[in-house]
Design a protein around this ligand. Structure first.
Ligand code: PGA
Length: 223
């Protein structure tokens, strides 16, 4: 299974989000090769929009096979007096995945392993699969995480994607348990995506900037 994840970060409003999804679904419906790959469980397309758009987008993908939603984050708290938090229980039934430990959460919100491990644990408790961000080979991975995304800081949002050989070298060092999917993220676009995929050792991408345009995003998925 290959994962293509669109991380919109803090972008778009509700109307833009809805129109993005309409264009995405329309584009996919005209691409029979891609439809077939989705049908055959070879590919999953995962959209990670901001929280307020999840419900509207969920309605739109109801009948689409292998198109899923992810939360961009999840609270490390369970229910309670935590104003503003979005908990695992709130996300249940709304998303199938949650991005945890993205380097922007580590950098701008000072999230450290204790909080990140709790988030991964709560995601699991509420039936969401974590997509767990790693900045380098030193970042620890909580138990039970089945999808990791290697995203070196220098490659995120800079247009300087990490050379393929470095991405493969980090995978070797990580020595992940069998069945763990290994994704790459950092300035992935339709020009460079194939270089990673043709190695057969990278299970997909976490895409930021290039995912903001639905046509560009679909273009980087091989069909
Ligand atoms: P980018 O972001 O594609 O804009 O580099 C990737 C990410 O942060 O997930």
């Amino acid at each position: 299974m290959k994962y293509f994840i669109a991380n919109w970060k803090a972008n778009k409003n509700l109307a833009e989000a809805a129109s993005y999804m309409d264009i995405l679904l329309q584009t996919i419906s005209k691409n029979t090769a891609l439809l077939e790959r989705l049908e055959k469980n070879e590919i999953k397309i995962i959209l990670a929009p901001p929280f307020p758009f999840l419900f509207t987008l969920k309605e739109k993908i109801k009948s689409a096979k292998n198109i899923h939603l992810a939360a961009q984050d999840i609270s490390h708290f369970e229910d309670g007096a935590y104003t503003g938090e979005i908990t695992g229980r709130m996300l249940q039934g709304l998303v199938d995945f949650a991005i945890v430990a993205h380097s922007e959460r580590r950098k701008y919100f000072a999230e450290k392993d204790d909080v990140l491990f709790k988030k991964a644990q709560l995601a699991q408790k509420y039936g969401l699969q974590s997509i767990y961000g790693l900045r380098d080979e030193h970042d620890r991975i909580p138990a039970g995480v089945g999808i990791v995304a290697y995203e070196p800081n220098a490659a995120i949002g800079t247009g300087k994607n990490e050379p393929v050989k470095n991405v493969l070298r980090i995978k070797e060092i990580l020595n992940l348990p069998k069945n763990t999917s290994y994704l790459y993220g950092g300035s992935v676009n339709r020009e460079n995506a194939a270089l990673y995929l043709k190695t057969g050792k990278i299970d997909g991408f976490l895409v930021g900037s290039a995912s903001l345009d639905p046509i560009h995003f679909i273009d980087l998925i091989p069909s």
